[in-house]
Design a protein around this ligand. Structure first.
Ligand code: HH2
Length: 289
């Protein structure tokens, strides 16, 4: 084992999201709900409002601790979505499923969508661009929402062209630490922040598996780790399976991530992930649960 992968895992932690303090001593499941016509996995499936609402209910019933609603696909080459269209996709669903006791996250990089989402009751803003777009930090600074800061090399349009790192684990870790420090300097409480290495965002298959293998090193960013591995192409690359047939690989990946220190897993297959994490929890020490 390399020295950096043996860094201690912080097992008990909390995350402040919109006036609630989430206990992360048990890993949490964030269910994915993309209200888009073109997401790589569930694109088009929940684009109709009724279908989206039913899927939200299903994810909650299956045991999602959080729901992440996305109105713009981030897959390589996905079409840009105007702010007003993204708001029209996301806000009605937020309004339809709020008040169920499950904190709602909105996956967006646009300040206008962030503001509208927070006004409509979102507890978390999940930004694959880590609040680096002009106006994004201002949109969330004075709220008390939770924040997911993700690493990406390049932009969704270009990120898979030729991702390059000297040391992917070190560079991703440095980026996440710098973003946390920058936000704290800007007046954002650290307790609101979780960090995410951004699997598949400007990374080759080898980069992604290096990050998963050495995930523990990223716990040194000082904030809880969230990971999104569900159905991603890195899993297709090693299993040869198409996107709808990657549930087993996704659950294995989620479990390995949790074993290496992840505290929140962003997944499509909530019920199966929950079972797997229950088995994981039963094998950890009583004090660590
Ligand atoms: N992955 C996707 C989207 N948002 N957010 C975080 N924090 N971490 C991730 O790994 C992540 C994310 C891509 O997956 P998906 O939402 O299923 O597809 P699409 O972007 O095509 O809608």
């Amino acid at each position: 084992m390399s020295s950096r992968s043996s860094a201690p895992v912080e097992l008990s932690a909390t995350w402040s999201v919109g006036g609630k303090v989430l206990d992360l001593s048990r890993p949490l499941i964030m269910g994915i709900l993309n209200v888009t016509p073109d997401s790589f996995s569930d694109g088009g499936r929940y684009f109709a409002p009724e279908a989206a609402r039913e899927q939200a209910e299903r994810l909650i019933e299956e045991g999602a601790d959080l729901l992440d609603i996305g109105g713009e696909s981030t897959r390589p080459g996905a079409a840009d979505v105007p702010e007003s269209a993204e708001i029209d996709r996301v806000i009605p669903l937020l309004e339809a499923v709020r008040g169920r006791g499950v904190p709602l996250s909105v996956d967006t990089s646009k300040p206008g969508v962030m503001r509208a989402a927070l006004a409509a009751g979102a507890a978390i803003i999940n930004d694959v661009r880590a609040l680096q777009e002009p106006g994004a930090l201002d949109a969330v600074r004075t709220s008390d929402c939770g924040l997911v800061l993700m690493h990406m090399q390049g932009t969704p349009r270009t990120m898979q062209k030729e991702p390059r790192y000297d040391d992917v684990v070190r560079e991703v870790g440095e980026f996440l630490r710098a973003r946390v420090a920058g936000l704290v300097t800007a007046g954002v409480a650290a307790r609101r922040i979780v960090v995410d290495p951004g699997f598949g965002f400007g990374k080759s298959v080898a980069h992604n598996f290096t990050l998963l293998r050495e995930l523990r090193a990223l716990t040194s960013a000082g904030r809880p780790l969230l990971v999104g591995l569900s159905r991603k192409s890195m899993l297709g690359a090693i299993t040869g399976r198409l996107v709808d047939d990657r549930a087993a690989a996704s659950i294995a990946a989620a479990l390995l991530a949790v074993e290496r220190g992840a505290r929140i897993v962003r997944v499509h297959d909530v019920a199966a992930t929950r079972d797997a994490l229950q088995v994981w929890a039963a094998t950890t020490n009583e004090e660590e649960k």
